[in-house]
Ligand binder design. Structure first.
Ligand SMILES: C[S@@+](CC[C@H](N)C(=O)[O-])C[C@H]1O[C@@H](n2cnc3c(N)ncnc32)[C@H](O)[C@@H]1O
Length: 219
């Protein structure tokens, strides 16, 4: 078996996930403003862009905006004229993200909704069904975000969740994040409403396609 390593990661990034000036600027600005470098990796961004394109995403939701880095990747895969609602509770992050998505000239409209996702997601429910939901926020609420996502996705829509590998500690780690992500991954893997796996680049991304409604009806 081939082990995915830094050299392979660089190879994939250099061929498929080269950042343009807009993305590089976002990362520079986030550093200048003291935001933590906890954004997704370029490979993961490109993966989300491909997924958005594959599912013809017109309406998408992101939980956890930070400076808008992943939002730009996602929006670039969406149908022109589509809308990405991205939720962020930190006002400074939200303000920067708004600036960054405007400067990146993405084909979809990006709306940054400020507030705690537990409060904001119910407000977004009226805009369902969604084609894509990306989860990248506090791990203790992943289960809540996931349930909300599966409920509000159309059949054929996709939910992706970052940090499936819990910073590499998911297999044996005994810290809270490792325990939370083990439980979360197990929940998704056993969910009959979706077909799922983990995209194993970066810190791992759970990806699940909705195949049935909650009552088992559907495709
Ligand atoms: C890992 S960062 C997101 C990175 C971003 N997706 C990217 O790759 O560019 C997590 C972000 O989620 C925000 N966040 C954490 N918990 C949240 C919550 N309950 N509601 C809204 N935002 C939250 C944090 O403030 C932070 O900006």
């Amino acid at each position: 078996m081939v082990t995915y390593n830094e050299a392979l990661s660089r190879y994939v990034t250099n061929h498929f996930a080269v950042e343009d000036e807009a993305l590089l600027r976002v990362r520079r600005r986030m550093a200048e403003h003291g935001l933590p470098a906890i954004h997704i990796q370029p490979e993961e961004g490109r993966f989300l862009q491909v997924v958005a394109r594959a599912c013809g995403a017109r309406r998408a939701v992101e939980v956890g905006t930070l400076g808008g880095y992943s939002a730009i990747w996602i929006a670039r895969g969406m149908v022109p004229g589509g809308v990405l609602y991205t939720v962020e509770r930190d006002p400074q992050h939200a303000r920067l993200a708004r600036e960054h998505v405007v400067e990146a000239h993405v084909p979809a409209r990006v709306e940054v909704w400020e507030g705690d996702a537990r409060d904001v997601l119910p407000e977004l429910s009226g805009k369902a069904p969604f084609d894509l939901v990306f989860i990248d926020a506090d791990k203790q609420d992943y289960r809540f975000y996931y349930e909300w996502a599966v409920t509000h996705l159309r059949v054929g829509g996709v939910v992706a969740a970052h940090n499936a590998f819990a910073h590499g500690r998911v297999v044996k780690g005994d810290d809270e994040i490792a325990r939370l992500m083990r439980a979360f991954n197990a929940l998704v893997a056993a969910d009959g409403r979706v077909v799922s796996t983990v995209f194993p680049a970066g810190d791992g991304m759970v990806v699940a396609v909705k195949v049935a409604e909650a009552d088992g009806a559907g495709a």
